[in-house]
Unconditional design. Structure first.
Lengths: 204, 204
DNA sequence: GGGCACCGATGACATTTGTCACCGCCCACC
DNA sequence: GGTGGGCGGTGACAAATGTCATCGGTGCCC
């Protein structure tokens, strides 16, 4: 265990990624072996360099952090995955844990904390930001059925019911039923408010 | 002009801010004299340290980057202001230029570019990311009247018309007129789609 | 086998919303 | 001094939406 920890950094913002790489390089037991600016690139880099720990931004072009995490779990099971997120909605944390993510933290942590968490994760430990954890627990599970979620997602851009029905290959009446049910469960006054509420909880 | 450039960094994400500060410190003609994690804190720091250049994140708690920029222009006119943004919508650029911002760039630039741009701005120059500029030009001005924008903003959370009318102290009929007019101008099928379109253009 | 939840659908009904025409008021601009 | 545009409002009408009851089908679990 005296080897240096090999780290993969994935973030679409060059400025942040570069700065982060420079900062982690100051820690003498960490080495950034690869950087990526998109989801697919992150997968390719991981395959090529086989890092010990992958630090993934949640929002990236192509595949987002969670999708990359899910892929990595199959392709490179010995690689520990951490997710770093700017504005974390609760629902993502649950999904992240489901795909085997070992660390989940907001970008408001300090660099030295990040380095410490990388070491923790590398050693087989887990870390979840306390505030995000609290939000996730208080938010709980989505009360929506899978189909309700689907339809609500199609309603997210403000389309009229007829268009949603067409895209979902459903009857307009059925769509209205699902939306009405979803709005009721979420305590929303209409489907648009329901979309907002579901988004805030990370249920969408 | 042989003095070192005194820089204020404001970003709510400690990780990025710290990393950025470390990176800029490597440039031997730049000094980070203050850091802030929120809009009000940025103003206080600027007043206390009187930096040459303020590098502001667009999205911050309290006051956003543009509001801080507007304040700084009055309180500290000799301080040049730059805005750095993660996912930049076109409308912000126009508003930024209106409040006297000298630099506007996405977080996808490299650190050395950033350092160069800070020097440019310090010397009285301007810099606008070409891609953002192109988007802003193609997006153009908002076709909405001020009042239409207000009402559309109140409609953004999906509230029913009655609630919007109450919050705006307007008659429900008037609210519907404004929303209908706004949706028409934006080519939207209803007010919720109008909100989305206006958001995408940075007109909200 | 009986409950139970989810899916998909229909019909009916009240409410909300979108749209249009038209009004008066004020202010800026020519 | 007229004209135009924004603001705020009313009334009316058609369309979209929300809500409810009800149906049949499926699959799961006790």
């Amino acid at each position: 265990m005296t080897d240096r920890v090999r780290v993969l950094l994935a973030d679409d913002e060059h400025l942040i990624r570069g700065a982060l790489a420079a900062l982690l390089a100051l820690e003498d037991d960490l080495t950034v072996v690869a950087e990526a600016a998109s989801g697919p690139e992150a997968l390719a880099m991981a395959a090529a360099h086989r890092p010990d720990v992958a630090v993934l931004d949640l929002q990236m072009p192509g595949l987002d952090g969670l999708e990359v995490a899910a892929e990595l779990r199959h392709r490179l099971p010995e690689c520990r995955v951490m997710i770093v997120t700017g504005h974390g909605r609760p629902g993502y944390l649950k999904r992240a844990l489901e795909v085997g993510v070992r660390g989940f933290l907001p970008k408001t942590v300090s660099a030295s904390d990040l380095a410490g968490i990388i070491r923790t994760v590398r050693a087989g430990g887990r870390y979840v930001d306390p505030e995000l954890a609290a939000e996730a627990i208080s938010a709980g599970d989505s009360p929506l059925t899978p189909r309700e979620t689907d339809v609500l997602e199609l309603a997210a851009d403000g389309s009229p019911v007829a268009e949603i029905a067409e895209r979902a290959a459903l009857s307009p009446g059925t769509v209205r039923n699902y939306l009405s049910s979803a709005a009721g469960k979420l305590g929303a006054e209409n489907r648009h408010a329901a979309v907002r509420i579901a988004r805030e909880h990370g249920w969408l």
